[in-house]
Ligand binder design. Structure first.
Ligand code: BTN
Length: 250
């Protein structure tokens, strides 16, 4: 059948041909919307990337959507949501036979280049989460990459892979709901399995970037909170928290 096989994830979709940003729109409707509500757009005029960057979101070039979550979890568990989404996306690509890896904490990599990004935004009170917006941007058909990013970003079409947007979403939401439900029940095993086995950084030398400074470190492990455990050249071991800094130099 054509029914979406979830109980709430993606069951409501607010679709726009053009919008400023699906994350901005999701933020506006979040308090009145049930969990799992999705804002989907063909085009974004103010697509947001991480760290204040712009996410270029032209029509027929990609998949741009945001999902509203309302988990009853401790605040300190919230950063794991981004990793859960990375794992759900990766699982979906693997189901489609596409070999994706994850550049911790939340870039999806295909053949060494970025194909998708996740922007998670949280609205919280002192002691509880009001809602979390998970924005996902996937480069599906973009072909004209600017010279500066040609060797860092690509799209699936660029790599000879056709992905239908609706078919992808139909496969993604059940995976997402399943891993989300397990996470809320305290079971992160499958997520962590995917994060570790599909990591593009584990077992490699990477550069930790903090306040503009590059420090060479060795990526040892991902702990149960989703944090990256790195080892400095001095042998000192450090826990790098999700969302705190980014790892470049892949
Ligand atoms: C990144 O890698 O910097 C994150 C990119 C996130 C882009 C998506 S597209 C849908 C949603 N709406 C936005 O404005 N941003 C996210």
């Amino acid at each position: 059948s054509h029914r979406l096989k979830t109980s709430f994830m993606g069951q409501r979709v607010d679709y726009f041909k053009t919008i400023d940003s699906t994350n901005i729109q999701a933020n506006k409707i979040a308090s009145q919307s049930p969990e799992g509500t999705v804002v989907l757009a063909d085009e974004q005029t103010k697509g947001k990337g991480r760290i204040g960057r712009t996410w270029v979101s032209e029509q027929n070039k990609g998949l741009y959507f945001s999902t509203i979550l309302k988990p009853d979890i401790a605040l300190m568990q919230a950063p794991f949501i981004t990793q859960l989404v990375a794992a759900s996306l990766t699982k979906t690509f693997l189901d489609l036979g596409i070999e994706i890896s994850i550049k911790w904490p939340n870039d999806l990599i295909y053949k060494g280049k970025k194909v998708a990004g996740i922007l998670t935004e949280m609205s919280a009170e002192i002691d509880h989460i009001s809602y979390i917006i998970v924005g996902i941007g996937i480069n599906l058909y973009k072909k004209d990459f600017e010279d500066e990013i040609k060797d860092k970003a690509t799209s699936f079409a660029n790599e000879g892979i056709e992905i239908d947007r609706i078919e992808f979403l139909r496969k993604f939401f059940p995976n997402f709901e399943d891993l989300y439900e397990k996470f809320k029940a305290g079971d992160k095993r499958e997520c962590l399995d995917i994060l570790r086995s599909r990591s593009a950084v584990l077992g490699r030398e990477v550069y930790k970037i903090k306040e503009g400074e590059r420090v060479k470190v060795f990526a040892r492990d991902i702990d149960d909170m989703g944090n990256l455990i790195v080892e400095h050249e001095s042998g000192q071991v450090e826990t790098v928290f999700t969302g705190e800094i980014s790892i470049r130099g892949l």
